[in-house]
Design a protein. Sequence first.
Length: 375
Amino acid sequence: MQFPSPHSFVPNSDVCAHALADLPESGGIYALTAGDHPPHLSYSINLKRRLTRLLVPSYNAAPKYFSKYTEKLSSISYWPVASRLESALVLYAVTSHYYPGDYLRRLRLRMPWFLSLTNADAFPRLEVSNRLTRHGSSKFGPFPSRDLAQQHEEQLLSLHQLRRCTETLAPDPEHPGCIYGEMNQCLRPCQCVVSAEEYASEAARVQEFLLTSGKSALNTLVAARERAAAELDFEQAAMLHKRIEKVQAAAASRDKVIAPVDSFHGVALTKSTQADAVCLWPMLAGHWQAPVHLRVGAPQPDAKPLDASVREALKCATESPDDSGNRLEHLAVWSRWYYSTWCDGQWFPFKTLEGLNYRRLVRAMGNLIKCGGNG
């Protein structure tokens, strides 16, 4: 996300009073700059009230103090925002611009957690981490927390016989093995019990489970249970039913939006600072794109249908994807917003832009305007 253009004024100039009067009575980010020092950045739910309180004395004995205070300020910049997501994104862009070496600490931005199937050697294993690598295995996430990522990992391991050891394996029949192999919870590739190809087929099933959120395994098990019931093999059907319940529990242990990071696409819908408008925040492969502001007012005789306008606007906004930013940090901002208790928008994931549920998106846009979605 690029550095947004600010609104600025000089606090001790003749236009200061007019600038304060024109400030919006809504939320926003502001920056107080004194000389050549980096600015002080903060957020307020009411920009006009906060900056007026900082720059205008509230009692008669204060003018002398305030004049010294304002003389030190060289400029004041502000960015109006209409939602918590916009606030988080603008504050991230502004802080990283002014404090390039210290912005993560200032923002207290925690990196999200991912689950991946590593391919460091011929015997892949599951791994939970909060890093993204340029090459290697696909990462699935972001998860709300490390605990939930590890919980999903454990449930996958209970359904499959992948190894849990972390070292690079050198298979040897004399290898001592581990307790999981003794409990038949691992295929024991370290002891040459299975070949690399046989182990790879088990890893492929885990990869398919992650890609489809268990739907592929569930469909296979349901079909097998129906066949067993039709053949009156009720013991086998009962065993398959228990297996289905475990698969369903594993699939339910992760949020529906979790997907491979390379195909983590979606659109966030929030309020807009413009009147009678909403804001769409596209994300492609974990990278935030430029926002789209759309007016959702009374229909005009020669206006396009709203769904057509949304399709055209999103197509234009994603024709040349911007992947210059730090994807891990972009996903961290997304996780802070989406998984928070103060999430004030809606998220619409999609695999392809043509597959986006435009009818649901347009309906949500109309409801947001009816509920006072304008800034």
